[in-house]
Design a protein around this ligand. Structure first.
Ligand code: MG
Length: 422
């Protein structure tokens, strides 16, 4: 048996990168998205990478966890969870990234563990000479297909220059955005972030997408903007148009009422967001597709366990994303390639980062898919200059927590976050 490989030190670097004015049911994206890059340095000089949220309360917990990992064997993921749990304690930090329902200590802990777990898997890969996909059970596919993620958006942040995608505030704008994204990335399915305009306008956008892209599976995600009654009506009117309807209404009970009448599967990344949510969701048949996300399910190995539970209970499995960079994309690709029942194309915000990344050589999209790296670990390398630049942007940007609602209110003072709104 080879000797244990210990953690020597851990650094957590908050970063910021430009984010376009993307609308959703809670407001609009601020001009800068926050993330944190985790680097776990092993005793042999190798470095494992992780990426996570960059909001201030989360950063504070990441710092506590990072200080507790010295000497941990990089293969000891159970030890990681124990050490992080002890360092973080029972803390209930609110989520800023779209989950609903009460926050909880379990959810908080899963979010904090995740980037360190990914970094340890990266280190395990370097130590063994194997890609992370092999550590997660081996590849069942060589390329992981992604879905084009469409947003209603303004042309520019007020006072700034328009970005490459321009304005999208009606069906024609959404179709134009979809064409650009499909042309550039080759996506073979499309998801529209809804919950921004009255449901009939969003139904019209879905119909326009169907006319322009007859072969692309379509999804609509209004982020709990609708009542049960409205959700049932929209589901009926989009019968035959959607591969799934994502989080039309809040809560497991409301989703179950909609699911009983909706002709298509319901998906969620809002009401099933930790293992404790699964028993009630299954008992009520609230959702038919769970969107996994290693950033809040506790890492890649826990996400693989979620996949097994979904298979056990006959639930479909898809994958969620928030604004992210290339370390997260690589982690998603390895997980996606190792998960047999991930049968839906994976969400990604990569197009919206407009080329910004912390990696020396970001993974490329071809035909809407990303090839699984063969190199050891995650198969990606940090660009230290980019990291330093994005850290300087973090220090200068003045944003310390995501606040889509507060940012929109600056321009529309009467705006209120309301779920459901219609
Ligand atoms: Mg969603």
């Amino acid at each position: 048996m080879t000797a244990a490989l210990g953690v020597a030190r851990v650094t957590v670097t908050p970063i910021a990168f430009p984010d376009p004015p993307l609308l959703n049911s809670a407001g609009i994206h601020q001009p800068w998205a926050l993330r944190a890059v985790v680097q776990v340095h092993a005793a042999d000089g190798s470095v494992g990478l992780g990426e996570t949220y960059g909001d201030a309360p989360h950063l504070e917990l990441l710092g506590r966890a990072a200080a507790a990992l010295r000497g941990l064997d990089v293969f000891d993921l159970n030890g990681l969870r124990e050490r992080v749990a002890a360092a973080v304690g029972v803390v209930d930090a609110p989520d800023r990234h779209g989950l609903t329902g009460p926050s909880s200590a379990a959810k908080t802990l899963a979010r904090v563990v995740s980037p360190f777990e990914v970094a340890l898997l990266d280190l395990q890969g370097h130590a063994t000479g194997r890609p992370v996909v092999d550590l997660l059970g081996g590849r069942v596919r060589d390329r992981v297909p992604f879905s084009g993620y469409l947003f209603y958006k303004w042309a520019a942040h007020p006072g700034a220059e328009p970005d490459a995608y321009g304005e999208a505030l009606d069906p024609a704008g959404i179709v134009d955005q979809a064409r650009r994204m499909v042309q550039r990335y080759g996506f073979r399915s499309l998801k529209l972030k809804g919950g921004v305009f009255a449901p009939d306008e969003e139904i019209a956008a879905v119909r326009a997408l169907r006319a322009a892209f007859p072969e692309h599976p379509l999804r609509l995600d209004p982020n709990c903007a609708w009542t049960v009654e409205t959700s049932i009506r929209v589901a009926a009117e989009t019968d035959g148009l959607l591969e799934y309807l994502e989080d039309p209404t809040p809560g497991l009970a409301g989703m179950a009422e909609v699911a009983a009448k909706a002709p298509m599967p319901l998906a969620t990344n809002m009401c099933v967001v930790e293992f404790g949510d699964l028993p009630e969701a299954v008992a009520r048949d609230s959702v038919q597709v769970v969107l996994s996300d290693h950033h809040y399910w506790g890492g890649l190995t826990e996400s693989a366990r979620l996949a097994t539970i979904c298979r056990t209970w006959g639930l479909g499995l898809s994958m969620h994303s928030n604004s992210h960079l290339g370390i997260s994309l690589a982690a998603m690709v390895h997980l996606g390639a190792a998960t047999p029942n991930l049968t839906y194309d994976v969400d990604t915000h990569t197009p919206w980062q407009l080329g910004a990344d912390v990696l020396a050589d970001p993974l490329a999209f071809d035909g809407g898919a990303v090839a699984v790296p063969d190199a050891p670990g995650l198969g990606v390398t940090l660009d230290p200059d980019a990291l330093a630049r994005m850290h300087a942007d973090y220090l200068a940007c003045g944003i310390r927590e995501r606040d889509d609602t507060g940012y929109l209110r600056r321009f529309q003072p009467g705006y209120e976050k309301k779920r459901p709104r219609w």
